[in-house]
Ligand binder design. Structure first.
Ligand code: SF4
Ligand code: FES
Length: 241
């Protein structure tokens, strides 16, 4: 789909649990200009046309993670999705992230997601008295964290994970929480490896991952999630006597 002035068709999931008996898909089209390059630009125009359409957004730069949604069947960020990546003449189908309760339209309840995230103690554990300024680490140790800290907690990965969607395995902590656990396990300033490993060494922890790669396929920050989870499993294994 080119970025010239054009009309684009959308099918948007609409549901207000307080008013609607069930969800429905709304057909709506919008006139776009060549400057409307990203899906979020188009959605802002849609919202101007029908202000009852609800979705989250903030930074428009792939930083806040708030505009994660299911776009033509794949989870992603509206602000990073180029309009010219869509095929011509076909409606763009937008749904909320799968597996999370819908608050309204494309807005989901992230309570469970953050409960999973908080369960792995997503903060630096270091019981030494704090230094006068920050806790330092060598440039080499800092480099070790490249590719580990970029997660923006958009939930695209966890909402793509078939294990997380399965009612029998839904207690699984999920890929986003494991990415954060990985980040602290490999931080030279962190002293919480033992207690974090105890939290991860469970069937609903790192061992819940069935290496299906669905998380890695959708991560907008291109974090090698499945690989990192594999390294957590190895770290757990090596920690055993
Ligand atoms: Fe989003 Fe990637 Fe972080 Fe998952 S790992 S929450 S997909 S940024
Ligand atoms: Fe912030 Fe898209 S609006 S990540």
């Amino acid at each position: 789909m080119t970025n010239a002035n054009r009309t684009v068709q959308f099918k948007i999931y609409r549901y207000d649990p307080d008013q609607d008996a069930k969800p429905h898909m709304q057909d709506i089209s919008v006139e776009l200009e060549s400057t409307d390059r990203k899906l979020l630009d188009a959605m802002v125009k849609l919202k101007a046309q029908d202000d009852s359409i609800s979705f989250r957004r903030s930074c428009r730069e792939g930083v806040c993670g708030s505009d994660a949604m299911n776009i033509n069947g794949k989870n992603g960020l509206a602000c990073l999705t180029a309009m010219d990546s869509f095929p011509e003449g076909k409606p763009i189908v937008l749904r909320p992230l799968p597996g999370l309760p819908v608050i309204r339209d494309l807005i989901v309840d992230m309570t469970q997601f953050f409960k999973q995230y908080n369960s792995i103690k997503p903060y630096l554990i270091n019981n030494d008295p704090p230094p006068e300024r920050e806790r330092l680490q060598s440039p080499e140790d800092r480099e070790e964290l490249d590719g580990l800290y970029e997660c923006i907690l958009c939930a695209c990965c966890t909402a793509s994970c078939p294990v997380n969607q399965n009612k029998e395995t839904e207690a699984y902590v999920g890929p986003a929480a494991l990415v954060r656990a990985f980040r602290y396990l490999f931080d030279s300033r962190d002293e919480g490896a033992e207690e974090r490993i105890a939290l991860l060494d469970k069937k609903d922890g790192a061992w819940g991952c069935q290496t299906l790669w669905k998380c890695t396929e959708v991560c907008p920050k291109e974090i090698p999630i499945t690989k990192q989870i594999g390294q957590i499993k190895r770290r757990i294994y090596e920690s055993k006597p």
